[in-house]
Design a protein around this ligand. Structure first.
Ligand code: GLC
Length: 434
C-alpha cells in the first residue's frame, strides 16, 4: 500500500482529469442547473446522468473538488418525480433532453428521465461529501427529497410489507446482464447470440412496465420480472442509516432519527430471515424472485455487499471474509472481486457483467469489510483495485483473470470511466485511517 500512498497526489490529479473530461459538452452544460458527470463520453453512449454512477463520482470529487461533488448530487434531484403514484422516485437515467437522447426518450416515453431507479446510495454519498464540505443549506434542501425517495420504496416496491424492496427491471440492479437474472428471464445458453437477444429483451421489457404503470404489484401478479435482490436491499439499509445521520446533523426530532434507524433494522432482519443460508461452511444469500418470492440459488458477489449494509452477524461476516480471502477460491482469480464466481458454468470474466470486476462493487465490499473491523482485508482489496487501475487504467470493468479491460460483445469497454475513480476514495480512506 505504501507504493500507492506515496502516489496520492498523482492519483488525485489523474482521477480529477477522468471526471473533468467526462463532464458534458459546453452546449449541454449551459442548459443544466447543476454540473453532472457522464459515466463516459468516449463512445457517445453514456451521456445522460446515471444515478449510482453519480453517487460514486461525488465520493471521488469530495477529494478533489467537493463543490462539483455537491453539484453532481443536486443534479440527481432535478428529475425526481414530484407527483402521482411514483412521487419520490429518482430515475436511474436523467437529462435525456439536453443530450438529445432520442432513443431513450422514446423507450421510456419521457422527455427527461427513465421510469425506474438504481441502487440507492444517495444519502451515503451526501454524507460523504458533507464530511469534506459541510454545506448545511444544501443538506437541508436535500433532506426532504431523500426522505421522499425512501418513502417511495416503501409505498411502491414492497407490496408484501416485509421490509424488502423489489426491482422491476435488471437495469435497476445496476448488474444489467448478470447471470443472477438468467433463469428469471429464461436465458437458455451462454452464447453471444443468446446474450444479444437478452439485451434486446431488456429494452422490450420497458414497454410492459409502462403498460402496467410501473406498478410492482401488478408486474409481480402477471409474472413479469420482479425480484428482491440481496445487495440492493443491503445498500438501502445503509442508506437509511446515512439518512438518520443527516437527520441528526440537521437537529431533526429524535422520533425521525429513530424511525429511520428502525426502518433500516427492518430490512436487515428481513434479509437474515428470508435470504440467508449457511451451507458447508459458507454463507449463501439468495435473491427472492416472483410473486411467490422464490429463493434464487445463483451465487454472486452480491452477498459480500451484505457487509456494507451491516446485515449479517459477526459469525456470518467471518464466513464472508474467509471466502473472500481464500486465495484458491472461486472469488479469487488473479484479481478480485469477480461479480460471478469462477465455478459458475456461465462464468466469463471478459464479457459485460458475466464475471468481471467493477470497482464500484469493490468499493461497497471495501466499506463493508471496514464496518466489521476487517481493516487489513479492506486494505488488501483497495490495493488490488489500485493494481487494476495501474495495469489497465480507468476501464469501465475488468477481466479478473488477466486484469485487462472487459469487453461488450467483442468491443472493448470504455477506458476513461468516471466511477472507476472510486479507487481514490478507497485510498483516501486508507491513508486517513489505516
Ligand atoms: C451500465 C451498468 C450500470 C451503470 C451504467 C452507467 O449500464 O450496468 O450499472 O450504472 O452502465 O455506467
Amino acid at each position: 500500500m505504501r507504493k500507492y500512498t506515496e502516489q496520492w497526489d498523482d492519483l488525485k490529479s489523474r482521477c480529477a482529469h477522468v471526471l473533468q473530461t467526462n463532464q458534458p459538452r459546453a452546449e449541454v452544460l449551459k442548459k443544466l442547473p447543476f454540473v453532472y458527470t457522464c459515466p463516459a463520453r468516449e463512445q457517445g453512449a453514456y451521456l445522460p446522468q446515471w444515478l449510482w454512477d453519480s453517487c460514486f463520482h461525488a465520493m471521488s470529487y469530495r477529494w478533489t473538488d467537493p463543490e462539483t461533488g455537491w453539484n453532481e448530487l443536486q443534479s440527481l434531484f432535478v428529475h425526481q418525480v414530484t407527483e402521482g403514484p411514483e412521487k419520490g422516485m429518482i430515475p436511474h437515467m436523467a437529462h435525456l433532453d439536453e443530450n438529445h437522447a432520442e432513443a431513450d426518450q422514446s423507450l421510456f416515453q419521457q422527455k427527461n428521465r427513465s421510469v425506474f431507479t438504481q441502487p440507492p446510495l444517495v444519502a451515503a454519498a451526501v454524507i460523504a461529501v458533507y464530511e469534506k464540505s459541510p454545506e448545511k443549506t444544501i443538506l437541508e434542501s436535500l433532506f426532504p427529497k431523500i426522505m421522499a425517495y425512501h418513502r417511495w420504496f416503501e409505498n411502491r416496491r414492497d407490496p408484501e410489507n416485509n421490509g424488502l424492496s423489489a426491482i422491476i427491471h435488471p437495469w435497476e440492479s445496476g448488474w444489467d446482464a448478470s447471470q443472477r437474472w438468467d433463469s428469471i428471464l429464461g436465458l437458455r445458453d451462454n452464447s453471444e447470440k443468446a446474450l444479444k437477444i437478452l439485451a434486446e429483451k431488456r429494452k422490450s421489457m420497458v414497454r410492459t412496465i409502462l403498460e402496467k404503470q410501473c406498478d410492482a404489484k401488478k408486474l409481480a401478479a402477471s409474472g413479469e420480472f420482479y425480484v428482491k435482490p440481496v445487495d440492493f436491499n443491503a445498500i438501502r439499509a445503509a442508506d437509511l442509516e446515512a439518512l438518520s445521520q443527516i437527520a441528526a446533523i440537521l437537529n431533526k426530532p429524535e422520533s425521525v432519527i429513530k424511525s429511520l434507524n428502525s426502518r433500516a433494522e427492518k430490512i436487515r432482519r428481513a434479509i437474515r430471515e428470508h435470504m440467508l443460508e449457511e451451507r458447508g461452511g459458507r454463507l449463501t444469500a439468495c435473491d427472492l424472485a416472483g410473486a411467490e418470492q422464490k429463493k434464487s440459488p445463483r451465487e454472486s458477489a452480491a452477498k459480500f455487499i451484505l457487509l456494507y449494509g451491516k446485515c449479517v452477524s459477526g459469525d456470518q461476516a467471518r464466513l464472508l471474509r474467509d471466502e473472500l480471502e481464500d486465495s484458491a477460491g472461486r472469488f479469487s482469480p488473479s484479481y478480485r472481486v469477480p461479480t460471478t464466481p469462477t465455478d459458475d458454468s456461465r462464468f466469463n470474466g471478459k464479457e459485460y457483467w458475466r464475471g468481471n470486476i467493477w470497482l464500484s462493487v469493490n468499493w461497497l465490499i471495501y466499506k463493508g469489510l471496514r464496518s466489521y473491523g476487517y481493516n487489513r482485508e479492506a486494505v488488501r482489496l483497495a490495493e488490488n483495485s489500485l493494481d487494476l487501475v495501474e495495469k489497465s487504467g480507468f476501464c469501465e470493468f475488468f477481466d479478473p483473470v488477466s486484469g485487462q479491460s472487459g469487453m461488450k460483445f467483442g468491443k472493448k469497454c470504455p477506458q476513461n470511466y468516471g466511477w472507476s475513480t472510486i479507487v481514490l476514495d478507497m485510498l483516501g480512506d486508507c491513508i486517513g485511517d489505516c
